[in-house]
Design a protein around this ligand. Sequence first.
Ligand code: GAR
Length: 195
Amino acid sequence: MVLASGTGSLFASILEHASRPDASFTVVGAVVDRDCAAVGIADAAGIPVIRCRLKDHPDRAAWDAALAADVANMSPEWVVTAGFMKILGPAFLNRFGGTIVNSHPALLPAFPGAHGVADALAYGVKITGTTVHLVDDGVDTGPILAQRIVEVRPDDTEASLHERIKIVERALLPEVVDALAARGVVTDGRKAHLK
Ligand code: GAR
């Protein structure tokens, strides 16, 4: 199942992959934390979608517990955060830790957090990219599963660079989810390797 907050283009790429005859996974549902384009994408694909908004809960811990319950009802093997812009809390991590996959728009451990593209651009790096990793209790600190490079152009804006990174993310994230579903992952301390 997929957690999303944004324009949903990563979510759409996962759905597109799942529709292929040779795909190793299906998408059992989506949960969003706000009204966003992912809802329409899920509806169009006939995928169940649940809204779990922070403002509908008394505090963050209650929201986190509700999110965990919503996801548990879908009984997913893997939870994919595709542009989900909230940090997952202890209740969620206790329940799904080790089975949560995130796509981040930078080459971790460089430029973690919500502004990975802008931070890389401001630093002046010439190469950035995308990282698919398992989620742990830090911010973008979990074991890395796969990375791809994207070159920074001298005239790049945050928007132009992010769009080129997202093109790569839309190919890499479904590929990694497919490998996880088909063959799984081996973890060795803080390292992880796709089988
Ligand atoms: C992607 O670049 C993803 O890596 C990023 O949001 C974008 C979502 O695009 N996620 C984060 O920055 C999470 N910290 P989308 O809404 O078009 O799928």
